[in-house]
Design a protein around this ligand. Structure first.
Ligand code: HEM
Length: 358
């Protein structure tokens, strides 16, 4: 089949994809500091989730019996009036005045402000751009899979109702129920949470901006899954924040939600299975991201432009217990498989440096 000629001597199976090479060049240079796996990448990856998950097949969503009864009644009456909200539709960028009022979206305003100029300049939809930026961004992190990217989401959206994006202080029950409502099984929550291996917090504890969730926030490795299973010993700050629990390493931040899902019987075995299995983690993350990226969209209406996404570098370190820790520090929680043997990294006890702001 003839390929479409794109800029700078590149080609694509579909002409629709050519514009994405131009977007790629622009964001690698002007959003991701020349192709780094830094703060903008982390924030862009987080944004893919927040634009996607604020979606419920039975829109709007609120807990409670009376509401559920009313919701079903309204739903049955108005299917024809398309009261469904969609997902990955860019509504978080189009309706910042409403969606940024949701407490769970605290902090995404910064990356939205950075990103908005690019879809406007290249005339692509906000929804496409958000998913593209996440896929390109994470490809800058060694060890990441090369994510799928499908283009063609409409540039029209309704604001998503608040209360649909999980919070770090939510119980495992609540998080699992919310994901189930959006179409994800418990294992898939864990698969998506591989994203927290290239992540840090700015807003749970505002006084400790850039505090990472694992010791290697610039690498898409399995350390997040190991370190979240270590016994918590101290808070990196004063510990008075809702959604935070004690972490095992100086300078590391632990979300209560990650702590709970690492130990919950519904998610613990998937969690543990990634501890020393980079390939499994990367493969499952890719599959779950493909699903999330077209939530509420129809795959058949989109064009596969995955060939534009760069191939990530492989990871070079091997999974290990941080220096200063022993197997006795692991709180293994999977009842059907033993925790895999890991050696401790040599040297003095690991402490973790913050992710520098860019
Ligand atoms: C149980 C569900 C989840 C909860 C409760 C949760 C919560 C959080 C919180 C509280 C932060 C810190 C934000 C800040 O203070 O700046 C964060 C960061 C992050 N989250 Fe999640 N998250 C969840 C799932 C996900 C998923 C599914 C993805 C992507 C697929 C994701 C990607 C990220 C990334 C990349 C960051 C780092 C952002 C940065 O470094 O600026 N999260 N998450």
């Amino acid at each position: 089949m003839r390929r479409a000629a794109c800029s700078n001597g590149r080609s694509a199976a579909s002409e629709t994809c050519c514009v994405w090479f131009d977007v790629l060049d622009d964001i690698q240079q002007n959003l991701f500091d020349g192709g780094e796996c830094g703060e903008e990448v982390h924030e862009s990856l987080r944004l893919t989730f927040h634009d996607a998950i604020a979606f419920s097949p039975l829109f709007p969503y609120r807990p409670g019996k009376i509401w559920r009864w009313w919701r079903r009644k309204v739903f049955l009456r108005s299917v024809g009036n398309a009261i469904y909200n969609t997902s990955t539709d860019g509504s978080i960028m189009a309706h910042t005045d409403i969606e940024l009022e949701d407490h769970a979206n605290n902090g995404v305003d910064e990356i939205i402000d950075h990103q908005r100029q690019f879809p406007l300049k290249h005339n692509v939809s906000f929804g496409d751009f958000i998913q593209f930026a996440g896929a390109v961004g994470v490809s800058n992190c060694p060890g990441s899979p090369r994510l799928e990217f499908l283009a063609g989401r409409a540039n029209t959206s309704q604001p998503a109702p608040s209360g649909l994006v999980p919070e770090p202080f939510d119980s495992a029950d609540k998080i699992i129920a919310r994901f189930a409502d959006a179409g994800f099984a418990p294992n898939e929550i864990v698969d998506l949470l591989a994203s927290h291996t290239v992540a840090a917090q700015d807003h749970v504890d505002e006084s400790l901006k850039g505090t990472p969730f694992d010791s290697t926030p610039g690498v898409f490795d399995t350390q997040f899954f190991i370190e979240t299973l270590l016994k918590g010993t101290a808070f990196p700050g004063n510990g008075s924040n809702s959604g935070e629990v004690e972490s095992p390493l100086a300078g590391e931040f632990r979300l209560q939600s990650d702590f709970e899902l690492a130990r919950d019987p519904r998610t613990a075995c998937e969690w543990q299975s990634f501890v020393n299995n980079q390939n499994l983690m990367a493969t499952n993350f890719r599959a779950a991201m493909s699903k999330m990226a077209i939530l509420g969209q129809s795959r058949a209406d989109l064009t596969d432009c995955s060939e534009v996404i760069p191939t990530p570098k492989p990871v070079s370190d091997s999974p290990s217990l941080p220096a200063g820790k022993t197997p006795a520090d692991i709180e293994a929680a999977c009842s059907s498989a033993p925790f895999p043997p890991l050696t401790a990294a040599p040297g003095p006890a690991t402490s973790v440096a913050p992710v520098p702001p860019s």
